[in-house]
Design a protein around this ligand. Structure first.
Ligand code: BES
Ligand code: MN
Ligand code: ZN
Length: 471
């Protein structure tokens, strides 16, 4: 999608915004018509008004005037993309109508417009891609730059969605690594991919243990942007389970349905990193994505087996479906060795986090209040919701094992927290670390604003904002 600041005579669709409670006084004498249609101007709702031959006016609800925010514009942008999907050129006064002519507002509008056009059509015989190519938004140079930024961020989110959408049978760990290398290559990142022999040499016993039931080789993906004179170094870690059958502690058929999406954290890390050179060039960023599927082949890890993680700690695997933490343990142990300014991991880690916070909110856990606040602020700017959960040291007892340094599951309740405490064992002290459990928001059962049904690319926007805070 291209953004332009002036002209637009060829636009066949025009989008305007109206606040709730102001529908009757809508501009251009539309008030009575909109009212008769029952239009309440809820944020992101639309009415399409035909304007003569193949010209359309899209009226977008902005919600109450005193609640308008960047998130309103993101939602409105996505609504326009949907309602004007058959038009090649669209012109809109939404920024002015919403009274949010700031750079963040323009960026959010662009994100919404681009994300609203997203679809995964790779396997659709009758794919009908969105037709919008150009959007005309009045504004100065600052607005133009913000729109371009929003476009770049949204493309990264789309990259993550594409990876998550790809089925587990085609997006195997080696294919995920190739796709990561392709994205990283375009962006000019340094990449290194360990194959099974490399993973053995590095002693990544968690990743090897999860991979043991699989016919597919594992991969350990490392991406890096290391500019001269970097202001900070942040290591991002993403769970890359390309399909989670649960292993011998097998899931139900229903429980497996969305499990091609169990690499949503890894996808967010790969996609965010590939946008770093464009958007946050001054920060050193390393991305680590351990990748395997979690299958139940004849030599699969058995409940009771003991694995040795890269830092030498041992884990008794009592439930093979708690596999994410095993591969993340290796990655966090490697991340810690780099002595970065911060480690942030993203993982579709626990059903328990979905029970606690639902589909719209990710769980945030951290050993460092300043980093937790930084992540909360970044997520707020990005329009992604997170909520901090505690890491109470006394809960750690639940992970004690009679045979190994720890076991991989706690008791029945508080499962998001025991998973977080497990990960914390491999980060240790000294390095600020934050963990985002994105099991809920990585995948939606119904479309919501800029997010379609299915993979959302959750985390990409927060990561880019977070890295920006180190620039
Ligand atoms: N990938 C799942 C978590 C998950 C569930 C993500 C649903 C998205 C939607 C993870 O590997 C898992 O299976 N976790 C177990 C842990 C349990 C065995 C301690 C879970 O949450 O049930
Ligand atoms: Mn699992
Ligand atoms: Zn999993």
């Amino acid at each position: 999608m291209r953004f332009r600041q002036d002209g637009g005579g060829e636009a066949t669709a025009r989008a305007v915004g109206v606040f709730a409670d102001e529908v009757e006084d809508a501009p251009e004498g539309l008030g009575p018509y909109l009212t008769s249609r029952g239009f309440k101007a809820e944020a992101g709702s639309t009415v399409v008004v035909p304007e003569g031959e193949d010209r359309t006016l899209v009226v977008v609800g902005l919600g109450p005037r005193d609640e308008v925010s960047d998130a309103t514009l993101r939602r409105a942008g996505a609504a326009v993309a949907g309602a004007a999907s058959r038009h090649r050129v669209v012109t809109t006064s939404l920024l002015a109508d919403a009274g949010v002519e700031s750079a963040p507002g323009a960026q959010a509008l662009a994100e919404g417009l681009v994300l609203g056009t997203y679809r995964f059509g790779a396997y659709k015989s009758d794919d009908e891609p969105n037709q919008i190519e150009e959007v005309v938004v009045a504004g100065d140079g600052e607005v133009a730059a913000a729109l371009a930024r929003g476009d770049r961020v949204a493309r990264a989110v789309a990259d993550a969605r594409d990876l998550v959408s790809e089925p587990g049978g085609t997006l195997t760990p080696p294919v995920l690594a190739e796709r990561a290398e392709a994205l990283a290559g375009d962006a000019g990142l340094r990449t290194e991919v360990l194959d099974k022999a490399g993973i053995e040499a590095a002693g990544l016993g968690g990743l090897l243990g999860v991979n043991r039931g699989s016919a597919q080789e594992p991969r350990f993906i490392r991406l890096e942007h290391a500019p001269e004179g970097a202001t900070a170094h942040v290591v991002l870690v993403g769970k890359g389970i390309t399909f989670d059958a649960g292993g011998l502690s097998i899931k139900t058929a229903e429980g497996m349905e969305g499990m091609k999406g169990d690499m949503g954290g890894g996808a967010a890390v790969i996609a965010a990193l590939s946008a770093v050179p464009d958007l946050v060039p001054g920060v050193r960023v390393t991305g680590l994505v351990p990748a395997t599927d979690n299958m139940l082949g004849p030599d699969a890890t058995r409940p009771g087996d003991v694995l040795r993680i890269a830092d030498g700690q041992t884990v008794e695997v009592l439930n093979t479906d708690a596999e994410g933490r095993l591969i993340l343990a290796d990655a966090l142990a490697l991340a810690r060795r780099e002595e970065p300014d911060a480690i942030v991991d993203l993982a579709t880690l626990t059903g328990a986090c979905m029970v606690a916070l639902g589909f719209r909110i990710a769980g945030l856990m951290s050993n460092d209040d300043a980093l937790a606040a930084r992540v909360e602020e970044a997520a707020g700017r990005a329009g992604e919701r997170v909520w901090r959960l505690p890491l109470p040291p006394d809960y750690r007892k639940q992970l004690e094992s009679p045979v190994a340094d720890m076991k991989n599951i706690g008791s029945r309740y508080g499962g998001a927290i025991t998973a977080g405490l497990f990960l914390q064992s491999f980060v240790g002290e000294g390095v600020p670390w934050a963990h985002l459990d994105i099991a809920g928001p990585a995948w939606l059962d119904e479309a919501d604003g800029e997010n379609p049904k299915g993979p959302t690319g959750f985390g990409v926007r927060t990561l880019i904002e977070l890295l920006g805070s180190y620039a």
